[in-house]
Design a protein around this ligand. Structure first.
Ligand code: FES
Length: 102
């Protein structure tokens, strides 16, 4: 079932429509918006699981403080709410990057 768009409509100024990938999946976004907001609008809420309780974690503060939204961007683990979307950006969620590969 497709997720209904949660984007505000009306007199909102946005960057150009663009695409980036998360775990190899193409996500539509607007240039300059945060990866976290683009993922939220796309219906992706879980980015990792907590190490002790194995509970789903995702965006919380949206200002870079809580670190709940960490993702891999290249060789760096960054809060997705502080990473602007740009064309060709490749993001990996922690479970995707850190799972054992055979
Ligand atoms: S949501 Fe808190 S650091 Fe990104």
């Amino acid at each position: 079932m497709p997720v209904p768009s949660l984007r505000a409509i009306g007199s909102v100024q946005r960057g150009a429509p663009t695409f980036f990938t998360v775990d190899g999946v193409v996500i539509s976004a607007f240039a300059g918006e945060s990866v976290a907001c683009a993922l939220w609008a796309a219906g992706m809420r879980e980015l990792r699981h907590s190490p002790r309780a194995d509970l789903p974690r995702g965006m919380f503060c949206l200002m870079g403080s809580c670190q709940e939204c960490l993702v891999w961007v290249g060789l760096r683990k960054l809060p997705s709410c502080q990473v602007p979307v740009s064309e060709g950006l490749a993001v990996e969620t922690l479970p995707h990057r850190e799972r054992p590969r055979g």
